[in-house]
Design a binder for this molecule. Structure first.
Ligand code: PLP
Length: 393
């Protein structure tokens, strides 16, 4: 049977594929250390689990409104006010089955055939695929290590055409961990306002920022910026709740209304007990969020120091998220590998460390390492990578 043409160019998620391969090796008893994970390794905090349990016991296990429980929208409204000093009406918020589905739904609502969406490289693997699935055209703009992987406004201006509908800015960033500063966002936001381009601000790693940097939402820079922005966020990374599948979008009422209509025919609603859990996440203590952040910060410092010592590796030190994105081209070449993809494949097979090749994020000279694992395993894994490089050099 011929399957849908629409999906023929769809690339399955590289991140999930490597994790699956690593798990396969582990199941055979091979001691692989996985640095591929895109999720915190901590348990979901207990008060959040309790809230879901209590909701279920009380019988709150039925359908909810498609756009999410009013109580949860209120909790999100409160969070946006508290954290970013942003006021949204309930009709400007939709709860979704994870931030990924917020983005998917948004592109379906936004794009007509051939509409262009600007995506800075490196990007999170799902952006281009989701844009294409909605009939849109990803327009890539490369960023360099010298620019700390931040989008230069001049480069953005060059790529704008009458078909440009939106741009995605992801800060803190996956895979680089870089964090945009206020002035940088202001310049990009101003261009979006001038050219009426929707700024999709993916803030899923908002709570994971280290050192002196702070999270700035472009929507918080003024009313015009807010009107031009759709915020995408959720509890997956902030509260270690990846499996609960709760995200949200906040922005223009008309867009949110259409997204809600589409959700009513696709998901019906995000899982009900998980929505109650998310209320507890946003309204309960933030201590666990801070505890996880500070544990990640220690791991980052440990991992960067060790990675920098591997010959042929160079890394821009991140300020957020839980990834390192070193350029390893020199090491790969010196070790006799034609591509970094081959280097990563061999590192998994022989070195027993799973990392994600940068090709999945649009920068094939890099690898992404996640430090969402214990400090002991981080040390051991980087040790193994160092030995692997030394052996092949
Ligand atoms: N945006 C980015 C940049 C991500 O890295 C991820 C998850 O890996 C998501 C969105 C999706 O998060 P969620 O688990 O809420 O769907």
């Amino acid at each position: 049977m011929e399957l849908a043409k629409r999906l023929q160019s769809l690339t399955p998620s590289t991140t999930l594929a490597i994790t699956a391969k690593a798990n396969e090796l582990k199941a055979k008893g091979i001691e692989v250390i996985g640095l591929g994970a895109g999720e915190p390794d901590f348990h979901t905090p207990k008060h959040i689990i309790d809230a879901a349990y209590e909701a279920m016991v009380a019988g709150r296990t039925k359908y909810t409104p498609s756009g999410g429980l009013v109580e949860l929208k209120r909790a999100i409204q409160g969070k946006l006010q508290r954290d970013q000093n942003l006021s949204y009406e309930l009709s400007e918020i939709i709860v979704t089955s994870g931030a990924k589905h917020a983005l998917y739904t948004l592109f379906q609502v936004l794009l007509n055939e051939g509409d262009e969406v600007i995506i800075p490289i490196p990007y999170w693997v799902s952006y281009p695929e989701q844009v294409k699935l909605a009939g849109g055209k990803p327009i890539f703009i490369e960023t360099t290590e010298k620019e700390s992987f931040k989008l230069a406004p001049e480069k953005l201006l060059e790529k704008i055409t009458p078909k440009t509908k939106a741009i995605i800015i992801n800060s803190p960033n996956n895979p680089t961990g870089i964090v945009y500063r206020k002035e940088e966002l202001m310049k990009i936001g101003k261009i979006c306002i001038d050219h009426d381009i929707l700024l999709i601000s993916d803030e899923i790693y908002e709570k994971l920022i280290y050192g002196k940097d702070q999270h700035v939402s472009v929507a918080s820079l003024g009313e015009r910026y807010k009107n031009q922005t759709i915020i995408i966020n959720g509890v997956s990374k902030s509260h270690s709740m990846t499996g609960w599948r709760i995200g949200y979008a906040a922005g223009n009422k008309k867009i949110i209304q259409q997204m809600t209509a589409l959700a009513s025919h696709s998901t019906s609603n995000p899982t009900t007990p998980a929505q109650y859990a998310a209320i507890a996440a946003y309204e309960g203590t933030e201590q666990s969020v801070e505890d996880m952040r500070s544990a990640f910060e220690k791991r980052l410092n440990l991992a960067v120091e060790k990675i920098e010592q591997i010959p042929g590796f160079s890394v821009v030190k991140p300020q957020g998220a839980f990834y390192l994105f070193p350029n390893v081209k020199e090491a790969a070449t010196r070790c006799g590998f034609e591509t970094v993809d081959d280097f990563a494949a061999s590192l998994l097979d022989q070195g027993k460390v799973a990392v994600i090749p940068g090709s999945g994020f649009g920068l094939p000279d890099h690898i992404r390492l996640s430090y969402a694992t214990s400090p002991q395993l981080i040390e051991e894994a980087i040790e193994r990578i160092g030995q692997f490089v030394q052996k092949h050099w």
